[in-house]
Ligand binder design. Structure first.
Ligand code: XMP
Ligand code: MG
Length: 184
């Protein structure tokens, strides 16, 4: 899917495919330096992190294992509440492992803050966070994030794993939607 498949649903491109991919080159190089000589487990958060996980994991040169979690945060529509339920847990025992949580976006930070303490309670050697996007103006809790792709304005975005009503996840870029898509 590309911008030309969106008709007039696309308002604007916030981050192009080239911007996303070249930032991932930089983050992967940083991870290679930070984790040299160690085994690493990448934990992707479904479904939004599928794209960043696939592209980041292919760029990293240290050996990695990959596992997935699905969580749902109770709350209305596009707002996160911080009350999190595990829909799919990891298959991997985290004891003694070096873990990076791979996320698409940090908005309020509530979901990730919960996830971080949940994973830390399982006895890993270390847990860090990598996120493609972060909205600093939406932060409700401070989450220590080691790897950030881009800080973006506090607007609802789609593409590169992020959806509106399950659509647009397969856009290779990140953009905003025209108001008529939301029924306005
Ligand atoms: P919190 O607020 O807990 O929420 O950091 C993180 C989760 O909320 C979703 N989210 C978005 N999804 N466009 C989306 O498609 C957005 O702009 C957006 N902001 C937050 C996302 O699932 C993320 O993992
Ligand atoms: Mg997500």
């Amino acid at each position: 899917m590309d911008a030309s498949d969106m008709g007039d649903d696309l308002e604007r491109v916030l981050l192009s495919e080239e911007q996303l991919q070249s930032r991932l080159d930089e983050i992967a190089a940083q991870i290679d330096t930070d984790y040299a000589g160690r085994d690493l487990l990448l934990v992707g958060v479904l479904k939004g992190a599928v794209m960043v996980m696939a592209d980041l994991a292919r760029r990293v040169r240290v050996p990695v294992a990959m596992d997935w979690m699905a969580v749902s945060s109770y709350g209305s529509g596009t707002k996160s509440s911080g009350v999190v339920r595990i829909l799919k847990d990891l298959d991997t025992d985290l004891t003694g492992k070096h873990v990076i949580i791979v996320e698409d976006i940090i908005d309020s930070g509530l979901t990730l803050s919960w996830l971080l303490s949940n994973l830390r309670s399982r006895g890993p050697a270390s847990v860090e966070i990598a996120t493609m996007l972060r909205k600093p103006d939406a932060a409700k809790v401070e989450v220590p994030v080691r790897y950030v792709g881009f800080d973006i304005p506090n607007e609802f975005v789609v593409g590169y794993g992020l959806d509106y009503a399950e659509r647009y996840r397969n856009l290779p870029f990140v953009g905003t939607l025209a108001p008529h898509v939301y029924g306005q």
